[in-house]
Design a binder for this molecule. Structure first.
Ligand code: 4NP
Length: 155
């Protein structure tokens, strides 16, 4: 059974697809499975935002085959680790948890890079490509730390 990691944002078209692609690229595929979901339902079935696809492509990562889905309470059992992009995602996901063990699976992704600071990955949706470049960079840095920890723990 692979170790399963879920990346969560609001729409599952901008931030969490990048987080999924980045973390997956840093982990061995036979041991880990990385996925993503949104707390909202608007974009179910859609491919990532073209600006996320573009910044990933520029950095050698293909995220174009991903399809958006909505976070479901069943994901608390299906995944071992759940990383959320911002504090609103955190509250939305945790509000669906019925057990303390499920709540404890949920972490703000930038707390790996800035421990205890509860910093948000800003939502780049209404901005320009520049916002996506900056989101890519912070997710790349925090996913490098996550990958290192997961490999140390599970390999
Ligand atoms: P994401 O960005 O949560 O990073 O995927 C958003 C995408 C779409 C919307 C909001 C955020 N929206 O309101 O449609």
């Amino acid at each position: 059974m692979p170790v399963k990691v879920l990346m969560v944002c609001l729409g599952n078209i901008c931030r969490s697809p990048l987080a999924e692609g980045l973390l997956a690229s840093k982990l061995p595929k036979n041991t880990f499975l990385v996925d993503s979901a949104g707390t909202g339902s608007w974009h179910i079935g859609k491919q990532p935002d073209e600006r996320s696809i573009a910044v990933a492509k520029k950095n050698g990562l293909d995220i174009s085959k991903q399809k958006a889905k909505q976070f479901s309470p069943a994901d608390f059992d299906a995944y071992d680790y759940i990383y959320v992009m911002d504090n609103t995602n955190y509250n939305d996901v945790v509000s669906l948890a019925k057990e303390e063990a499920h709540k404890n699976k949920v972490q703000l992704i930038l707390n790996e890079l800035f421990p205890g600071e509860n910093v948000d990955v800003p939502d780049p949706y209404y901005g320009s490509q520049f916002g996506f470049d900056s989101v890519y960079k912070m997710l790349d840095e925090t996913c490098a730390i996550i990958a290192e920890k997961l490999i140390a723990k599970h390999q």
